[in-house]
Design a protein around this ligand. Structure first.
Ligand SMILES: Nc1ccn([C@@H]2O[C@H](COP(=O)(O)O)[C@@H](O)[C@H]2O)c(=O)n1
Ligand SMILES: C[C@@]1(CO)OP(=O)(O)OP(=O)(O)OC[C@H]1O
Length: 154
């Protein structure tokens, strides 16, 4: 099992990509990549479960080839690297923490998008922080994730 988390601040000059979907009614998330905090938390959870380091070690901002990378591209490459070391994903649980975008109306769509990239069930919950902290003030968005993997015998 592995755990991941990520935070990105809102940037209204950027389109919002989250959980491998576009969210036209929400400001975007700033980052070296597309800022998809849900995808990044999921990558961290899978990488750490497999003992392959973390997001920064694999796709760090010092690697120009990942500048502007989509969450989908990072998820796909993470799953490929897992496969190379004989790890498979059993399932992933992702929680998005923030006031917006509202996830519940598009939960099924977001789960389907992430599931199709990961190739294993991805389930998504969302919560606010009751107006508290940077998420409550609408300054940014956080996500956490838990991944369960299994190791294919050699
Ligand atoms: N970005 C979000 C945040 C929350 N939700 C949904 O609202 C429910 C209530 O949130 P509380 O923080 O008040 O408990 C939560 O369970 C989610 O279903 C959401 O869709 N998007
Ligand atoms: C994804 C990467 C690389 O493009 O950039 P960011 O979009 O800044 O994301 P973050 O989760 O802060 O760190 C990981 C980076 O390696």
């Amino acid at each position: 099992m592995g755990h991941g988390s990520d935070v990105h601040r809102f940037d209204s000059d950027t389109p919002c990509r989250l959980a491998c979907l576009d969210w036209p009614s929400s400001p975007g998330l700033a980052g070296h990549s597309d800022g998809d905090a849900a995808a990044h938390a999921a990558c961290d959870a899978m990488l750490t479960a497999a003992g392959l380091g973390d997001l920064g070690a694999n796709f760090g901002a010092s690697r120009p080839e990942w500048a502007g990378a989509s969450g989908e591209a990072l998820l796909r490459e993470t799953v490929r690297r897992l496969g190379e070391t004989r790890w498979r994903v059993v399932n992933l649980s992702v929680q998005i923490i923030g006031e917006r975008p509202k996830i519940a109306p598009r939960r099924a769509e977001a789960e389907k998008a992430m599931t199709s990239v990961v190739g294993a069930p991805v389930r998504i919950s969302a919560t606010t922080t009751d107006g508290l902290g940077f998420t409550g003030r609408g300054e940014g968005l956080a996500a956490t994730a838990t991944a369960l993997l299994y190791s294919v015998p050699a």
